[in-house]
Design a protein around this ligand. Structure first.
Ligand code: AMP
Length: 277
């Protein structure tokens, strides 16, 4: 894997060596796991050159503690990417990504202030800023995002449409641990007890899906609230069933594709998951 930290250098390489080759791009914040590797594998299957970026983007953290404790494992990440056959690793500094204090404002018609955006104000502005910047630098043909961050995929699709960025956005399935917990860099921050307790999250979202299908959305929400009520380690932030494309609220399940999304505090660590209905 070839490593770049400077924009000018990766651009020079991609515009020279990369001419005529299709570029697949996997943006990440590092502490890589099998979920990230599934994106790398998809890119390698589709594209001539695969670029992975690792940048812990301060602008998408509304919680300083969350940013400070976010896991960083640069050596292990580089090894994993090498083994996975990733061609290029881009690890820019903050000054490289944000050279001045100017900030573009995007409008996502409220989609950025519901669900994750309601719990994490400013999060999606930060995501949009860094994704737009990285797309400008890498100019990928295809970019790969995990459905684990479902709302992020919706926002990124809106972003590329608004800015007419010529990139295909590919959403990849959620990769899970044996007990069903969605893989996440933040899982590494859980204590043994928290990690064990977290297995309830995928179990509950599965059960709620069945309940939603048989008894409707309100019954599913009730099931989820009951499942976490009084739990010593887990605390429900939200559970919602939404239009799978727009994330607009749904009053019933007939017709349109729907998705259930939830966020749960596991001790101090906030975890998210989702399941199509
Ligand atoms: P992150 O490093 O957490 O910003 O994630 C980088 C990319 O990997 C995002 O597109 C995530 O949605 C994706 N990703 C993270 N966890 C998983 C997972 N368990 N399965 C699939 N994709 C994932």
């Amino acid at each position: 894997v070839l490593r770049f930290t400077k924009i000018a250098e990766i651009q020079h390489f991609l515009r020279d060596t990369g001419t005529g080759q299709t570029i697949g791009f996997v943006p990440t914040m590092g502490a890589l796991h099998a979920g990230h590797m599934s994106l790398i594998a998809m890119s390698r299957a589709d594209c001539d050159l695969t670029v992975c970026s690792i940048f812990v983007n301060p602008k998408q953290f509304n919680d300083k503690n969350d940013l400070n404790r976010y896991p960083r494992t640069p050596e292990a990440d580089a090894k994993m990417l090498e083994k996975a056959g990733c061609d290029i690793l881009f690890t820019p500094s903050e000054g490289e990504i944000y050279p001045d204090s100017s900030e573009t404002t995007f409008y996502f018609h409220g989609v950025d202030s519901i669900l994750e955006g309601a719990s994490r104000p400013g999060h999606f502005s930060g995501v949009a800023l860094v994704v737009a910047r990285l797309f400008e630098i890498v100019r990928p043909d295809k970019a790969y995002f995990g459905s684990k961050d479902y709302q992020q995929v919706v926002i990124v699709r809106m972003l590329v449409k608004q800015l007419s960025i010529p990139v295909d956005i590919i959403a990849a399935p959620i990769i899970r641990e044996k007990d069903g917990l969605a893989m996440s860099s933040r899982n590494a921050l859980l204590s043994r007890d928290e990690r064990d307790a977290a297995a309830l999250i995928p179990a509950v979202i599965q059960k709620a899906r069945e309940r939603a299908r048989t008894s409707g959305i309100a019954a599913a929400r009730k099931l989820v609230e009951q499942a976490f009520k009084g739990h010593p380690i887990l605390r429900l932030d939200y559970y919602e069933v939404r239009d799978a494309e727009t994330l607009a609220p749904l009053s019933s399940l007939d017709g349109k594709p729907a998705v259930s999304l939830l966020a749960v505090y596991c001790g101090k660590i906030r975890l998210i998951d989702n399941l199509s209905l």
